[in-house]
Design a protein around this ligand. Sequence first.
Ligand code: HEM
Length: 527
Amino acid sequence: MGSSSPPPPVEPLRGAVRALAAASAVLGAVVVARGVSSVLTMRKWRRELIVVEGKRKGLPAPGPPPSLFVGNTPALAGAYYRTLYAHIEEPVSVFYVHSTPFVVVNEVSAVKTVLSGSGGAFIKPRYFGYRSTAVRAAVDADNALSSAMADDGTPVGGGGDTSRRSLLRLIDGAMPDITAALAELFASWPTRPPPSGADAVAAAAPAYRDGEDAQAAVLSTIVALNMRLLFGVGPGTPTANAVASTAARRISFAGAEFARRMVDPKRVWVAPLAGARYVAAVVGLVRLGRSLVAAVERLPADHWVAAWVGTVRPVAKLGKVIGLLMASSQTVPLTIVWLLHLLDTHPAVRARLAAEADAVLGAGAARRSPTAADLDRLPYTEAVVKETLRLYPPFPLIQRVATDEAVLGGVAIPAGTPVFVLPYLLHRNAAHFSAPHTYDPDRWLGAGRRVAGGAPSEWAYAPFGRGPRACAGAALALAELKIAAVTAVTAGRFEVEWAGGRPPGVFPPLGVVPAGARVFRAAGGGV
Ligand code: HEM
């Protein structure tokens, strides 16, 4: 029996082992080469990003010491704002995502230097954590435009006064639609039965689908609204609503994943499923972007969006349209949820808000919808909105890149350095705002305080950015938020419940997102 069996396949086995050993050697060499290059890159940045003024001249810029290979990535990925906040007293601090630094600017004069130059030393980067020809082309087109214009603080691409007028016209015409959409949304939330312990939540909970929170519902409403107001698409038909809710899901996922990749770009390798979903979301948004480009082409030339998109190359047009959809859709919904949370937890503020709405818009059955002119007659409402945007700025990160060498807050900044302004850090800095974590709309009331909210400079408050590249749609955003505040108090009283039972503390999740918040109408209504 033994003599007839074939000899063991030694040769092929040896070959496979040799191939495996060779592959491991190549892989090992690549890992070592990447490791060495990472160490050298970090050493280079640490030598160049140095304090050039004061006692510590020549030392690396302030910030947590980066570890080899990973920099400050683990700390940032685990507790983003807490990690950044620990160095808030420094005018400028530096953090490393693996071996790449980013500079965080905390001092107001340095913020002004970074954000005020139109064509100067700090421009928007071409990449935002993903490589897209359309986005790069749009950023290039806007950067070229901003370097060609005077540094007078006019938002880029807007065409100055003409643009401001066309945006105000858009807002004027949109008031009834915005009010109706938000009233319908608020009316759709389930009523919480009178408190009777845990049963009350259980009884109300089925009105929410699994995994759905208030953010998702508000996002769908605002995306549908923006598609009508900005692009003239779909008068609230079921098809348009379905497109909007699919787009809302994609926008929300792509936004969150993008934020995670900013903190750890190497996540692409360790979370392939999230990567695949991200690519699918981006592909879906690009497809939608194409149909929105066609919609923009049908708009009258004096429409604000047509003017803002301008006459750029088709690929840049696609990038601008997707940028507009993302910029307008990710921000207002988050703020509405934070607003409802703050009104729920600050009954005295809610009562004053309701009293102002009664005085200006009529009380009870005499209540009318606000007009654009009314919005200027609601100073307390405006203060409530500004204070909400101070505590929870929904656009978490304003990015620039240094085009030339510069000195910021006493730190040398070589050309090519990424520089970030984080509204969240500016707004929570005790050097700028007294009791920075306290919700106090009154800080915005009174002569001179409406601009800076009691801060030493208006540059300390930047939910919409500042300077020539500030938010182009700020006026529409503020109108939507003021209408949301008035509509919320008109619709009754809302309670916000958080997954895990407690709202986020001083440091919200990455992206300043109200994750896990659910909204209920309080039983019995009333303010
Ligand atoms: C609460 C709501 C909003 C906030 C907090 C917000 C905030 C911001 C911020 C911080 C920027 C970047 C500024 C910079 O890089 O310096 C920005 C850009 C932009 N936002 Fe908004 N935004 C909001 C709503 C909107 C809305 C409703 C629209 C459109 C209707 C819009 C359109 C834009 C556009 C087009 C840009 C790009 C401007 C440019 O590149 O020059 N945003 N926004």
